[in-house]
Design a protein. Structure first.
Length: 115
């Protein structure tokens, strides 16, 4: 039951993001959630999924996903293969989390309080 409840919660998050956030914001949010365990101003981590899986989860095609990574470069995000570098979690969070419909306690990736 716990696993099923967690999966339903994850699907609710994905659905609310698809309805209210731009594609670049959804990608930034995913990166923040995948790096939520990291401490400090920024960091580097490895994407645990293939590009096609990430694109499908975010409601876009793989070519669009590549363009969104390019757009995130201005927010301090760089991609080299499966390695992702985020220079400033707070700057990326300002780009994405302020547009998120979820309350602060429901998102592990949020690095700033919702205003």
């Amino acid at each position: 039951m716990t696993i099923m409840n967690q999966r339903v919660h994850q699907l609710q998050i994905e659905n609310s993001h698809l309805l209210s956030m731009k594609t670049v914001q959804r990608l930034g949010c995913l990166l923040l959630r995948l790096s939520s365990w990291m401490q400090g101003k920024g960091g580097v981590f490895t994407l645990p999924y293939d590009k096609s899986i990430i694109a499908a989860q975010l409601g876009m095609n793989p070519a669009t996903l590549s363009r969104m990574f390019t757009k995130l470069e201005s927010k301090g995000v760089s991609k080299n293969g499966h390695e992702i570098s985020i220079q400033d979690f707070t700057a990326l969070s300002k780009c994405c989390c302020l547009h998120c419909p979820l309350s602060e306690h429901l998102c592990a990736g949020r690095r700033i309080p919702k205003k």
